[in-house]
Design a protein around this ligand. Structure first.
Ligand code: ATP
Ligand code: MG
Length: 292
């Protein structure tokens, strides 16, 4: 309890093979009780808010956080709880749904370009271009029926996409964007319990979607697709973080700590004011005070 969270415990950076079954969906709790959880989240948000302001003033780095997971793993809630409290001018969240006609008419990275973070800002992707090697790989008819690619060999399509993603993320990192990718690792039984709760608790009925049940039927294929995608795209500079997701509060505390620690690791400071500029400012000050 209140143990220090070590991002390295969750990081997958390509230095060894990633085996999804070796990663827990639940770990010992990092909070004593609900009020301790709330306090930890509040403290973390406050620090993140200050760090984001400094990032903005320093105007060199940005952060991209990508969230991927099975349905009901808690992506939305995690994003909301981790990021609320940060200056809304400094953060943007974008959810990637099924591509529109216009999006399908472009290559698969195109639609994320406008949502990448500006310098000094944080962008959150709720789902992302990774869907192109997850849901689309589980349902390859999407490629055949809609995507109109020159390459017909699907194995080549996936290989090409992994390469494009690695190159794209390396490019972002070279240009000042830190890339953090979170896989919220939910257990299959826990997903069932959350779906049942969406039926049992009336105020959650709106969240229930029979389409999610259909995807649950492909659980094994998704696990395989995640394992391969993470193995193919985890790099030292753009690592994945595999987060135990069966306990929502724990998930949020862990994610919040990882993002905050990444921000702390940035070499940033408020711009220094030169002596000349300081003298100028004092002249303006004197002028203002002389106003009648
Ligand atoms: P919530 O259900 O909490 O609102 P969500 O992210 O599940 O959030 P939905 O509208 O239910 O939102 O689902 C979006 C769907 O779009 C998902 O099933 C996802 O797999 C699909 N999707 C996203 N990107 C792509 C893509 N590139 N190709 C095909 N399907 C995609
Ligand atoms: Mg959904």
């Amino acid at each position: 309890m209140n143990k220090d969270i070590n991002p390295g415990d969750y990081r997958v950076d390509g230095s060894g093979p990633f085996v999804i079954a070796d990663h827990p969906t639940r770990v010992e709790s990092f909070y004593k009780d609900k009020s301790d959880y709330k306090k930890q989240m509040k403290d973390s948000r406050k620090e993140m808010n200050e760090l984001q302001e400094m990032m903005y003033a320093h105007d060199r780095y940005s952060i991209l956080c990508i969230f991927q997971a099975m349905d009901a793993a808690g992506k939305d809630g995690t994003i909301r709880k981790v990021m609320s409290g940060i200056n809304p001018h400094g953060v943007s969240v974008h959810s990637f749904k099924r591509p529109t006609e216009e999006e399908i008419d472009h290559e698969f990275l195109w639609r994320s370009q406008d949502h990448l973070p500006r310098r000094g800002h944080i962008s959150i992707f709720n789902r992302s271009y990774y869907e192109e090697v997850l849901v689309v790989k589980v349902h390859p008819e999407i490629v055949r029926n809609y995507q109109r690619l020159p390459e017909e060999n699907l194995e080549e399509v996936w290989k090409g996409r992994y390469a494009s993603i690695r190159d794209h993320e390396a490019h972002l990192v070279r240009n000042g964007t830190r890339v953090l990718k979170f896989f919220l690792n939910l257990g299959k039984d826990e997903q069932r319990d959350r779906f049942v709760a969406r039926i049992d608790e009336q105020e959650k009925n709106w969240k229930f979607n029979e389409g999610d049940l259909k995807e649950r039927g492909f659980w094994g294929d998704y696990q395989t697709a995640y394992e391969e995608a993470i193995n193919e795209t985890a790099t030292l500079n753009a690592p994945w973080y595999v987060i135990p997701a069966n306990d929502k509060k724990n998930t949020r505390i862990i994610v919040s700590n990882i993002i905050r620690k990444e921000m702390e690791s940035l070499d940033i400071e408020y711009p220094q004011v030169s002596d000349e500029r300081r003298a100028e400012l004092l002249e303006y000050r004197a002028g203002l005070l002389k106003e009648v």
